[in-house]
Design a protein around this ligand. Structure first.
Ligand code: GMT
Length: 375
């Protein structure tokens, strides 16, 4: 199939999933066209059947807001015609599903039929999409998509609860390429980051408020009071400054490493012992899955889709949002005994295998085929 993929090219779960999906589909023989405003961060290799088309938005001083949706839908129309794209898969409803629908209508006018598959990722529904200013447009674009998928059962329920949805939503969980997370039989250059007796605790996110960055620091503060430990904070975002201030206030500056955005999270996870994800809400928690794939147990909240990813008492522990004391105690419970840590690490790895890319991507292919057959 010739598939056009629209996503946010930045660091963030939806863009990562879309990029990894496109790359895997290309390996399975499909021709993939990424259509975004810049090259997706994880799209390192452009091969014969992977293409990238940049959406340009010309600046014009009259506009207070530049019309990105218009530029995107025009680009979609052009690319579908030029490359014979058969199906558009848009990740994140806002504004991608809306722009794709406009493109579909423009193409219909030219006698070209292109179905749209929309994947809902979370914040497009829970945090942004349900805002009254966006809700009518988001409801409309979801209902007008030819197929809709959601990354967890929890997100599907939220979508049904928050919007007047008239179609079925397929749940296709996020996935992981286990080959990229092989860390057995290597020391992962751990000695670069910590002393032999120190545990390495990691958090990766785009450091927005929803990630509860102060809780990450507080949990680590409690851990390092009980056990020797270092904290790796990976990512950039509006809450990073708060974390830097809190780290200084708590006097743990020498135990915390701020990495910034990284394209090498598999290397960081390779030497990690525990992953913290105390989010306020999380439709899936791709970062937790990436950690588990590297054999790193997860201390997370029990919100949204996280219980579908992290199993309490097996691959890690789940606690209520803001239950810092509980999350700290759970972390210490895993770390303080070598045999327990070893078991949790093995369990985390085993749990991640449920989300093997080779089992999940065919589910998308089946949806594409079914959608094309109906169209
Ligand atoms: O969580 C983020 O900050 C990024 C956001 C996104 O839209 O890229 O992530 C959402 O989609 C990911 C991929 O499906 C999910 O793993 C995240 O849980 C989800 N984030 C939230 O629901 C807060």
């Amino acid at each position: 199939m010739k598939i056009g993929i629209v996503c946010y090219p930045t660091f963030g779960g939806s863009g990562v999933v879309a990029t990894e999906l496109g790359l895997e589909l290309s390996k399975r023989g499909h021709e993939i066209h990424f259509i975004t405003y810049s090259q997706p961060v994880r799209l390192e290799l452009l091969s014969n059947n992977v293409h990238f088309h940049e959406v340009h938005v010309p600046e014009y001083p009259l506009f207070h807001y530049q019309p990105y949706e218009l530029a995107l839908s025009s680009k979609l129309v052009d690319m579908v015609q030029l490359h014979g794209i058969e199906l558009l898969h848009v990740h994140y409803a806002i504004p991608h599903a809306y722009a794709a629908y406009m493109a579909q209508q423009m193409l219909l006018d030219k006698g070209i039929m292109v179905p749209i598959v929309t994947t809902l990722h979370g914040t497009d529904i829970t945090l942004v999409g349900s805002h009254p200013f966006y809700k009518p447009a988001v409801t409309f674009s979801i209902n007008k998509s030819d197929a809709v998928t959601s990354v967890s059962e929890s997100l599907k329920k939220d979508t049904m609860r928050l919007f007047d949805i008239k179609k079925d939503i397929y749940v296709v969980p996020n996935f992981i390429d286990l080959d990229k997370h092989v860390n057995e039989f290597t020391d992962c250059q751990r000695a670069m980051m910590a002393e032999d007796d120190e545990f390495i605790i990691t958090h990766i996110s785009n450091m927005r408020e929803v990630k509860q960055i102060p809780d990450v620091v507080k949990i680590f503060y409690n851990i390092q009071k009980a056990l020797p430990a270092k904290l790796m904070l990976v990512g950039e975002g509006p809450e990073k400054k708060k974390a830097e201030i809190l780290v200084e206030e708590l006097g743990i500056g020498d135990k915390v490493v701020f990495f910034g955005n990284s394209n090498q999270i598999d290397r960081i996870l390779c030497f990690s012992d525990l992953f913290l994800l105390p989010s306020q809400t999380e439709s899936f928690g791709l970062a937790a899955l990436e950690a588990m794939a590297s054999g790193v147990p997860v201390i997370s909240t029990n919100t949204g889709g996280l219980p579908e990813v992290n199993t309490d008492g097996y691959s890690g522990y789940l606690s209520d949002v803001n239950a810092v004391a509980d999350m700290s105690a759970n972390a210490i419970k895993i770390l303080k005994d070598a045999a327990t840590l070893k078991t949790f690490k093995a369990n985390a790895k085993a749990q991640s295998k449920k989300f093997d890319i080779h089992n999940i991507v065919p589910q998308y292919e089946a949806i594409y085929q079914e959608t094309l057959n109906k169209f």
